[in-house]
Design a protein around this ligand. Sequence first.
Ligand code: ZN
Length: 634
Amino acid sequence: MPVIKPTCVRDLKLRVNLADVVSRTVTLRKAGGARLKGLCPFHNEKTPSFNVDPDKGFYKCFGCGKAGDAITFVRETEQLNFTEAVEALGKRFGIVIEYEEGSGGPTREERSLRQEIFDLHDAAAEHFFQAFKARDATGDFFRALWTEKRRFPMEIADEFKIGAADEGGSGLGALLLRKKFSEEALRKCGLFFIYDDVEITLGALRPRFRGRLMIPIRDHQGRVVAFTARQTDRTPEDDPAREAKYVNSPETPIFTKGNLLFNLDRARTAVGEGKPFVLVEGQLDALRCWSVGLKTAIAPQGTSITESQLVLLRRYHAQVECFFDSDSAGQKAALRFLPMALKASLEVRFLTLAGAEKLDPDLLFLESGPERAAEVYRGLRRDSAMAFACRAALPDPTQASAELKSRAAQAMFEIIANTESEVTRSQFLAETSSQLRLPLAAAQKDFQAFLQRQTRQAAPRTAPDSELHGASPSLGSPTAAANGSSSAHTSERHLLLLILHFESLGRPLSSALPHDWIDTGHAAGVLLNRFLGEFEQDAWPGRGHLDGLLETPEERALVANLMFESPAIDDPVKVAQEGLRQLRARALEPRLREIELALANPHADIESDPISLLKERSELQRQLRSPLVLAVAG
Ligand code: ZN
């Protein structure tokens, strides 16, 4: 494992502006002073509570509590480890990363695996694209397929780097070996079938994609992370997935299907007022929409849509138009999508073409052509979420029996329960009752009964949780519990807060607080101990330069959190003394009680003789009584 030099990390953080890092994923607005605000990328919200302080280099969300610095942000939003995050920031901001001697340098072998697989996909996409463009039999075949059979313009192929994998696998393996990608990257990139016990040679790299049209799949930052491969007449007989129309990359260290929406990297910059996301079923549908100027189309990767995809979507825009095939599979997929969308607070509409038997976006816009596409799109029928779901649950309410209506209503309740806002719920209920032709009062009553049933069923789940909370005070000392602080490390956290905001307290605290009074079983204690050690040696770097002292993401988050707190403290010295007193009591009182118990039960097994116990007791009592005074200069 390469270790990045701490000086380099410090340097990087000085040179990287946190606002620049964050604004790649979050739209930031001014929020008083130097601070900026935006919608939190870590939880779902409608009003911004995500605060960024570029001067201090820390962010904090007052909604979900997530906090950290530039490195933490990259780690958490891009799912990277520490080294990868620092390397990614270095690359982005043109900063050379230096590594500790002997820990391995920045050679290919030591590059992080994920970064290497990103690079490998870049090379593969370019390779497939060049094969598609080549003036040879393979290139000619695939370009003809693209423009004549699929009827896409060549510009779209250029823009999205559509590629070709020839029957033999088109020399991809040879290229990647030449580029010296590591064995691990080749094994884990998903582009080859490789036997586990076989040495990596050109012959061992059996390409997964042969004779297929290659569509690069990009993550929301535009990095190629996988491919979708469309079957063609050139797909060979011995392709293990010969019959499959589409073959996707398997999951790899950089590709998780449920986390990805095709074309989100581009669509997210095109959405806005009057331009909702348009969710279509497949990548080619999305490309068709793009080719006729509808640039906000996105598609799930594979058939499933997941909640995490929708939360990601919600970060950019709240309105989504669902434009699925009008066949029953498409309609079922649309219905599966709806509850998740409501949970993610998305505003959903469903597009249908009035009077059309079969509707699919690809065909529709292919027929309209770019000239009439906008008009056709505007002319589509837009059903509200409830209207769409009600029609699916009960196509003809005028003819339905009470029994059928009640069953449809129950199906609707399940969907409505996914929204949290009372206003939205009552609006949805009103719409449902009118769609299903039910009296509103009855629908409301039934919905309340439905919610109560749901709560009863959910109830057992909360029990173990509260047991857990009930157990925690006993982990701390009885004193801590008696003081009403259920958390055992409140005192450490409080002192940490004090020395970060009143740095002049650090030195006196370091001499007044023995190290063994601090509970280092958690980050606050570890940091307090470390910080006081710095004060003790007069090496405190100042609160603006703590990077070198912070070792784990948890520590960074904690410090970021504390930096954002503005403690209303009139007399910090007094508060510090109270914190000291609590730590002292916690450290000494249990032993004192133990001794008193032992002395009160002369027959009990006593590990020491009564004389030394008495001595120890008076020493403890003396310590507990002695005044705690902080010698604060000035
Ligand atoms: Zn948040």
